[in-house]
Design a protein around this ligand. Structure first.
Ligand code: NAD
Length: 335
């Protein structure tokens, strides 16, 4: 088996705990890997860098093309631009992919949820263009470009085709933001009509879409949306299947990919050894599939599904008593 070189960013808060657990699981499952561990976020400042995203970290991801990343804290109000926004923009990681599925053993209000959120990752209100027009009046600019809207639409349809998904639903607010969300819709319609007419396509105004999500999420398949909507809807959907501890994610570009959970650095539980590592382990499984290590990926997925079904080693967010390491050990014991 080829040895992979993967950049590992432990991150802040619960980041080091969940990345350590994930790394153990991946290695125990048989992944041959050399980790290149580098900091980002508050950890980078603590290690003496003068920026939250050191050039060395960025250069390593560019060189090795794959990173597994723990959540990071961007200090608020100190003039630092978000690490995540910088990473996505500088590495052109234009597609965030977040699968959300019901898990046997994790009790929630819903059953049969199996959807994927595809979020545009580089523009919208995250362009960072803000102005003070006159004192007391500020604006934030929502950017939509035809190139980026077309790129994410094509990505979503290609993803749906490869994964044998049947339907794409675009969430939008084009009734209000006629130009920016209007362009997003135009691009999605064009890709559907010209390139993927076989995939069922529908559009929902986002407020009605959110209502449908909580009424009957099992009807949803692939959801496509711009940056801010994708951020909000990801957490909403996490809540449908057991919370932030069970939803993985990836940020994909043409030249690099960064895998990370949807959750943040959870300062309220950091350092206590109780964080659920599953979301990052699942992100690791997505990374393995990206690296064509499908056998190891399937082995890990089968193992954590079995641990969840058995219900003995659930972490506190899922109603159990297990700590981070105990959960990881239980997964490893299933190999
Ligand atoms: P959060 O996701 O860190 O926490 C929200 C709630 O979910 C908290 O109660 C937390 O304890 C719980 N939670 C999150 N992950 C968990 C896990 N793995 N196991 C058990 N419980 C878990 O969101 P927040 O509190 O809004 O943000 C905290 C910090 O994280 C902020 O600085 C924010 O900017 C950052 N953040 C980073 C990322 C990232 O790096 N990808 C994403 C979101 C937020």
């Amino acid at each position: 088996m080829a040895k992979h070189t993967i950049v590992l960013i432990p991150g802040d808060g619960i980041g080091p705990e969940v990345t350590r657990a994930t790394r153990r699981v991946l290695e125990a499952a048989g992944l041959s890997v050399e980790w290149v561990e580098l900091p980002a976020g508050a950890a980078a400042l603590e290690q003496g860098f003068d920026t939250v995203l050191p050039q060395r970290t960025l250069a390593a991801i560019t060189a090795h093309k794959v990173a597994l990343k723990g959540p990071v804290t961007t200090p608020v109000g100190k003039g630092f631009k978000s690490v995540n926004v910088q990473l996505r923009q500088k590495l052109n990681l234009y597609a965030a992919v977040r699968p959300v599925r019901s898990l046997a053993g994790v009790k929630t209000r819903y059953e049969g949820v199996d959807m994927v959120i595809v979020r545009e990752n580089t523009e919208g209100l995250y362009s960072g263009i803000e102005n003070e027009v006159v004192p007391g009046v500020v604006t934030s600019l929502k950017v939509a470009s035809q190139a980026a809207c077309t790129r994410i639409a094509r990505f979503a349809f290609r993803y749906a085709t490869r994964r044998h998904r049947k339907q794409i639903t675009v969430f939008h607010k084009a009734n209000i933001m006629k130009m920016s969300d209007g362009l997003f819709l135009d691009c999605a319609r064009k890709i559907h009509e010209e390139e993927y007419p076989n995939i069922d396509y529908q559009e929902l105004i986002i407020d009605a879409g959110c209502m449908k999500l909580v009424q009957d999420p099992a009807r949803m398949d692939v959801l496509l949306m711009e940056n801010l909507y994708g951020d909000l809807v990801s957490d909403l959907c996490a809540g449908l299947v057991g919370g932030l501890g069970v939803v993985p994610g990836s940020n994909i570009g043409d030249d690099a990919a960064v895998f990370e959970a949807v959750h943040g650095s959870a300062p309220d539980i950091a350092g206590k050894g109780i964080a659920n590592p599953l979301a990052l382990i699942m992100s690791g499984v997505m990374m393995l599939n990206h690296l064509h290590e499908e056998v190891i990926a399937a082995k890990i997925r089968t193992a954590y599904d079995a641990v969840l079904s058995a219900g003995k080693h659930l972490t506190r967010d899922l109603g159990g008593q297990a700590g981070t390491d105990e959960f990881a050990d239980a997964v490893i014991a299933k190999f």
